[in-house]
Design a protein around this ligand. Structure first.
Ligand code: HEC
Length: 375
């Protein structure tokens, strides 16, 4: 008994030494990283003061009374506004600083620094201007991943979306149009208005009006992660449709410089007929390794629908109804805030649902510029 006590107390006696080594292993690189980050920030601040403040102002806010600023013909954006600062992806700013304003359809008064500055200098000044918005709780624009066809988006973007779906089904083809208007509310919120219109067999009908609200639960730019909860109400615009309640969770994750992932879990609850409830899971991987926003970005999306009630006999549905959607996002203007997405949906089982569906949507992120800007 005694020896054990002595032994174990000896072990504890060694602990401070072990702890010191562990602290050195874990702590030193972190301290080094912190110093390095501080260096980058100082360097960025110096570069900004020397090259940018005449037009952009010392605090990132241009002085509208300055004769130089007046001569630009356009007032440069305010980097100290946290909403503006947060939602611009740093990749876009890097293009503007390297190649000048016109690269993304901004004023030619914004010079190109790619020749006079090293890539490290440009990265440093980028890190610095991102801090001019101060400490804030707005999700970072880098988490604003491309809007998929079926997977719900986690980032609360300001946007208009016009989505069209053509369903090919033996002698019963149908078009569906959806118009969406989504707008920021406060730091983490977004309001949603959606209206659907269906054309089938010569009949045109408005199907649903779907108001809703989305809220960012968690966002972490360093981890490249965003999680959002949302719900929409399906208000029937024709008597044969039932009221719906549509809650969902959506997640976005930047996997690497080349790939992003988005996914959602959603319930489609029919408030008048519980046999029609459906749970829906969707996920998409986008390839994003392109030099400019005006580019073609391919993606592959997978959807699983789980009907609560499968029916019986010959018409019994599978427990999980799978479909796959190859698609591509096509940036239309230089800034990429006006874009198309086109894709095809193919059922992987329960083929009697439909033969195939084609989708095209048109998206305008209106926070990033007007419809005629950025071309
Ligand atoms: C000669 C004046 C001038 C200088 C110097 C200048 N800029 Fe600009 N900058 C502008 C103008 C003008 C715009 C474009 C405004 C527009 O078209 O909306 C702009 C736009 C930008 C944008 C895009 C902002 C947005 O709206 O998304 C960034 C980023 C930027 N500048 C960074 C810098 C950095 C960093 C420096 C220094 C390395 C710098 N600028 C130096 C005038 C200048």
């Amino acid at each position: 008994m005694e020896t054990t006590t002595v032994n174990s107390s000896k072990k504890w006696a060694r602990f401070p030494g072990v702890a010191l080594v562990v602290c050195m292993i874990i702590g030193l690189p972190q301290a080094a990283l912190a110093v390095e980050a501080g260096d980058v920030l100082d360097r960025g601040a110096d570069i900004f003061k020397t090259n940018c403040t005449t037009c952009h102002g010392l605090a990132g806010y241009p002085d509208p009374e300055s004769p130089l600023v007046k001569s630009l013909g356009v007032l440069p954006a305010n980097f100290s506004d946290p909403l503006f600062n947060s939602r611009e992806p740093s990749s876009d700013w890097k293009i503007v600083i390297t190649y000048g304003g016109p690269a993304l359809g901004f004023s030619e008064m914004m010079p190109a620094f790619g020749e006079s500055m090293s890539a490290d200098d440009i990265d440093a000044v980028l890190v610095y201007i991102k801090t001019l918005g101060g400490e804030h709780d707005y999700p970072d624009g880098d988490l604003n991943l491309f809007l998929p066809i079926r997977t719900k988006k986690a980032f609360p973007e300001d946007e208009w979306v016009w989505k069209q779906r053509y369903t090919s089904q033996d002698g019963d083809n149908a078009w569906r149009n959806v118009l969406e208007y989504e707008f920021r509310i406060g730091r983490r919120g977004q309001g949603i208005f959606e209206i659907t219109n269906e054309v089938q067999g010569g009949d045109t009908n408005f199907g649903y009006f779907e108001p809703g609200y989305k809220h960012v639960l968690k966002h972490d730019a360093n981890a490249g992660f965003i999680l959002t909860a949302a719900a929409q109400l399906g208000v029937p615009l024709r008597s044969k449709n039932n009221w719906l309640f549509l809650p969902y969770l959506a997640v976005g994750k930047i996997l690497s410089d080349k790939w992003t992932f988005q996914g959602h879990g959603r319930l489609k609850l029919d408030l008048e007929d519980s046999d029609k409830h459906v749970a829906e899971f969707a996920g998409i991987v986008h390839w994003v390794d392109a030099p400019r926003p005006r580019w073609v970005y391919p993606a592959l999306e997978l959807v699983a629908e789980v009907p609560f009630e499968r029916g019986s006999g010959a018409n019994q549905k599978s427990a999980v109804q799978w479909s796959v959607l190859p698609q591509a996002r096509i940036g239309l203007n230089k800034r990429g805030n006006i874009a198309l997405n086109a894709g095809v949906e193919l059922p992987l089982n329960d083929h009697d649902r439909y033969d195939w569906r084609a989708y095209v949507y048109f998206i305008w992120d209106f926070a990033d510029g007007g419809l005629l800007e950025g071309w």
